[in-house]
Design a protein. Sequence first.
Length: 198
Amino acid sequence: MIYAIVLAAGGSRRMGAQKLMLPFDGKKVITHIVDELLASRIDQVIVVVGSDSDLIEGELSQRSVGIVANPDYRRGMLSSVRCGIEVLPSECSAVMAVLGDQPSISHELIDEMILTFGKTGKGILVPCYRGKHGHPLLFMVKYREEIMTSFDETGLRGLLMAHPEDVFEMEVSDSSVLSDIDSPEDYRRETEEFDKEG
């Protein structure tokens, strides 16, 4: 089984408001992302919350997802990845780490990643646009312990650097794998791009 861990714990300091609760395609950003995952080949979705956890939990209360609280979310994204990994059941074989502020990813991209992953024989798959690594990241659960104990300085990038021989770079034609929302300018760009394509 492949589990998605959605990283939704950040405080949105640069945005000035909780970015995951901003409107996107008639929903909230976080709901749009979760719905894309639920529409994909992902088997289960876990959402890691921290800042504004009540808001985000309430927003997702009608979705079939697991919610995990990260009390140390100020320590960064890797701390949320670890919170998600800690609750994975034994039947989980692979993990997709998904940014909670990357609303332009689609279930089509997620499905393409999963199907490609199954054919590569590699333990890590990263989508790339024009040679640049993006998100989400898909990896075998065999790396669980290493992620729990390593890469404090580098985050999941460190996993790619530690195992280059086990990484498959999946080239995509859409720059959305490089795009997330950190500022009002980012949000404006993402909504305009999505509306244009829709």
